[in-house]
Design a protein around this ligand. Sequence first.
Ligand code: PSV
Ligand code: MN
Ligand code: MN
Length: 388
Amino acid sequence: MTDMATALNGLDQLAIEVPSWAYGNSGTRFKVFGTPGTPRTIEEKIADAAQVHKLTGLAPAVALHIPWDKVEDYAALDRYAKDLGVGLGTVNSNTFQDDVYKFGSLTHLDAKVRRQAIDHHFECIDVMDATGSRDLKIWLADGTNYPGQGDMRGRQDRLAESLQEIYARLGDNQRLVLEYKFFEPAFYHMDVPDWGTSYAQTLALGEKALVCLDTGHHAPGTNIEFIVAQLLRLGKLGSFDFNSRFYADDDLIVGAADPYQLFRIMYEVIRGDGLGPDSGVALMLDQCHNLEEKIPGQIRSVLNVQEMTARALLVDRVALAEAQNDGDVLGANAIFSDAFYTDVRPALAQWREERGLPGDPLAAFAASGYQKKINDERVGGTQAGWGA
Ligand code: PSV
Ligand code: MN
Ligand code: MN
């Protein structure tokens, strides 16, 4: 196994972007439970996200969702975030809430609806210009519910045309990441259901267009790490949306359902040179905290990513390659799983303390009094939610 100190050095490369919507209330279609202290504004969401970074050193950027996080002055919002020690990250578009998009957005048959959806993405690029954000993330709810309902092929063509217009508007240092999802809200077909479709569409656009892989957007049993390896090989992995799923698009805490899967994904990220600010791969969370407290939920999430990254860094790649070359099936598997089974928690506590961070960020948050302060302060107004 790679020695612990060498492995943990690699962790300085780790930066995770947190989603603004994780700090608002969310739930299922049955009930959204309100919680004390929930932010009412994007400024309050950013303040909460800044706590996560302050206590872990892992979460330097906050992703925005437009129009949920709409403000008058985005440059001022960026300055506000920087004063709190974080930056503004990926800008997420939203073409899934308006009545006009009932039968699609960028794929819609009606050119007027497509125009509205394209213009919305132009607005998002304006936001990126003001905040200095690099990435525009596009996730589309477009699809159909019944065979014959739509012309799947024509919809791909219209998607390609709409994306081209958006792509042409990107600045030199801006990128577009196209997220795929195999079902929901459409149940027969989605217009961007899989990495192959996202790859084909982004390849046609050019090098500033890449694939976004949301870990919760695959059928059960999918070998996600294979997709990671393939996209990195092809130079087309732009970003991750990390979360856990037991059943569908559960958006639960990353690493909670299957830490071994997260380890395997992070191993392929490292293997494919996808770790670090210069790699071109953004690591984001896309989660909601329906029952648990939101700030501790986010702290737990970034720590889970850190823990599985540390274990993946422990894999002795030289020894693994030798075992693979020797056809040593069990030996190779043992090298891989020995790293996974190593408890890195004490070493990570020390890693944090060496950097002036609390050894136990969750205990530090509980002791900080921040939650009580926001519970007392944030009364009145409307609590933010997933979608507001
Ligand atoms: C909907 O499935 C979704 O969870 C996508 O994963 C997006 O990334 C996210 O919403 C925010 O728009
Ligand atoms: Mn997502
Ligand atoms: Mn999702």
